[in-house]
Design a protein around this ligand. Structure first.
Ligand code: AFP
Length: 342
């Protein structure tokens, strides 16, 4: 008898469990943690699709018609990620782009063996314009003694030590893309049944890239190496091929597109703001998880001088220049930077 379409349907829960079954030492805790993050993603998605309505129904800080406090979406996303994960006994500590310090697990709850680092709502300045935004997460094993409260050293780990990472993108549909070190898989939220269904199995960057993505409005703040590299991407500097430019200004959405279409996303160091000599994006919340995902899809993540995931973090909110995408395109950036800016 032919296999039915329903029996071929793979929910994220089923997929994570299937991955777990292939790992002999797995206890199921990572599985549950990923599932809780997916649930947070569903909650955040349900709010982002109502973003404009919230404005009609009540401004942030006031009550909406249901008598609930209206929260800004990034505050809501922060709370959803925290509250779905603080009490489960799976985490030692968390850290978020929205919080200055590490986020301890409340005293009353057990402390687990994992560390969760997240950017609750990336691209939030785009929300008012109905542009896709996203949530990024990375999971590490704790370094400090099990059962005790997690510390900064649990959070300040190299990207090379990540055990799972992913993102949710809230766009024309909601997608969750994750890797636990065994390839990258993408799931689309079916709002009718409230489930993430496997829609993009084993994502690999296409060999023939289509796009480069950078805020080219900052060209005047760039080094010679960066300018020449961008010219190379445009088919100059001895390059026979040119790529199209696409830049949304929501890193998750930009990288998601390039992951499927092939290309390079970069947010380099520039001289625009002397207080931010290493660019805008953060090593822990943005660069490391995205580099891990891109590398699991066959690409490469670099600071322009070497692998992002080898950088030893010095502080929680450290910024870092980044180049992410097809390996040959990223290595070319390293080449130009070494040659002209070194
Ligand atoms: P917001 O979360 O403040 O909107 O910043 C988004 C972001 O961190 C990242 O998603 C974009 O790639 C980048 O900033 C865009 O920054 P520019 O406006 O400087 O290009």
């Amino acid at each position: 008898m032919a296999e039915s379409r329903l029996s071929r349907m793979i929910t994220i829960e089923r997929h994570i469990l299937m991955e777990q079954a292939s790992l002999p030492d797995a206890t199921g805790e990572l599985t549950q943690l990923l599932y809780d993050i997916a649930l947070a993603g569903k909650l955040i998605a349900s709010r982002t699709t109502r973003a404009g309505l919230e404005d009609i129904l009540g401004a942030a800080g006031r009550e909406n018609v249901q008598g609930e406090q209206v929260q800004k979406l990034d505050v809501y996303a922060q709370n959803a990620m925290f509250q779905l994960n603080d009490h489960t006994g799976r985490l030692a500590v968390m850290a978020s782009e929205e919080e200055e310090d590490i986020i301890p697990i409340p005293e009353r709850y057990p402390k687990g063996k994992y560390v969760l680092i997240f950017e609750p709502l990336d691209g939030s300045s785009n929300i008012d314009y109905n542009v896709a935004v996203g949530t990024i997460f990375a999971i590490y094993h704790r370094r400090t003694e099990e059962g005790t409260p997690g510390k900064s050293e649990d959070v300040l780990q190299k990207g090379a030590d990540i055990c799972a990472a992913g993102y949710m993108v809230y766009g024309s549909s909601t997608m969750l893309v994750y890797t636990a070190g065994n390839g990258v898989n993408g799931f689309t939220l079916d709002p009718a049944i409230g489930e993430f269904l496997l829609s993009h199995p084993n994502i690999k960057l296409p060999d023939e890239p289509k796009y480069y993505s950078v805020n080219q409005g900052y060209t005047k703040y760039w080094t010679e190496g960066l300018r020449r590299y961008t010219a190379w991407l445009q088919g100059e500097e001895g390059n026979q091929h040119s790529l199209s430019l696409r830049y949304i200004g929501s890193m998750v959405a930009d990288i998601h597109r390039n992951l499927l279409a092939g290309g390079v996303f970069f947010y380099p160091a520039d001289s625009k703001d002397p207080k931010k000599p290493h660019g805008k994006l953060r090593l822990l919340y943005e660069a490391n998880p995205m580099a891990y995902i891109v590398e699991q899809a066959g690409g490469y993540g670099s600071t322009g001088l070497g692998p992002i995931r080898e950088v030893v973090p010095e502080s929680l909110h450290q910024r870092i220049p980044l180049f992410l995408g097809n390996r040959d395109l990223v290595e070319k950036a390293e080449e130009f930077i070494t040659k002209y800016d070194g």
